[in-house]
Design a protein around this ligand. Sequence first.
Ligand code: ASP
Length: 341
Amino acid sequence: MAINSGTADTSPSKIVVLGTGGTIAGRASSAGDNIGYTAGEVGVAQLLESIGAFQNGALALVAEQVAQVDSKDMDFALWQRLAGRCAHWLAQPEVQGIVITHGTDTLEETAYFLQAVLDPAKPIVLTCAMRPATALVPDGPQNLLDAVTVAATAGAHGVVAVCAGNIHGALDVQKVHSYKVDAFSSGDAGLVGVVEEGRVRLYRPWPGAVDSYKENMPLAQVAPAPAAIKNIVLRGADADGYWPRVEIVLNYAGASGLLVDALVAQGVRGIVAAGTGNGTLHVDLQAALLRAMAAGVRVRRSTRSVFGRVLATPADAIPDAHGLSPVKARIALLLELLAEA
Ligand code: ASP
């Protein structure tokens, strides 16, 4: 295996590993400490060294450090930069696929964002860790090795996430545990497949290619993504001026319209309501959301339930979020508004 920093690589085929930080690159002062660490400290080239002896494919690995952040701090500017680097590398014929090392906290959002914007014909595999690189038994090296295996698999495409031997589709993946090493679920949709001893076993087709998958993925229905979004997201211009403000409000016992009214007063462009159960909303919250819609704010209704989706009826006053979780519905709404900008 060759590990390079930068772009110089004469091998005919390669996998590019983009580092963004996260716990997988985290460092603690004691090997027994799995939570008191600083995320985003170890470089991606060094992470690759930990798997060098075990990666037995013919593909060279090229490391590029795109960022070094705790993914709780993920922002639009970094998404824009990351999408730009992915687009750059995907366009190189010698690149077989991309692996992205990422924090677990917002991994599902980045996965959805990249799938919606790039709809890649090659694999983009996000991977992560729940324990820092300095842990007694770190989970990062195996996850990284598995992610490289997935990226190297013939026929793989679309954005997927690999963690704890499981392959999740970008649309379905959700962090469902705050501590366990197997922290992700694909909910009702189930896993795309698993990685076992360096081999991929698929349970269903690669999700990026499946029509029913895309039907539930606003803005990835057309490939490539609408030109307006691509131009804005990939051109690398000042991101902040382009990103409309879209926020999430939650329904709960005693919810009021206070937050919604305040957001509207602040000029919010979109609101995702994370409703209870089948997207139900407290009568006061619903009234505020309807006022917001009347004022021109785009509103979508999702559910705070981890499993299942909002089942819409023709009588619904507030449109549903096409089965997207609240955080993914927010990204879809952002991109929808960007496309109209
Ligand atoms: N806060 C970390 C992050 O998302 C958590 C992790 O990576 O597990 O970057």
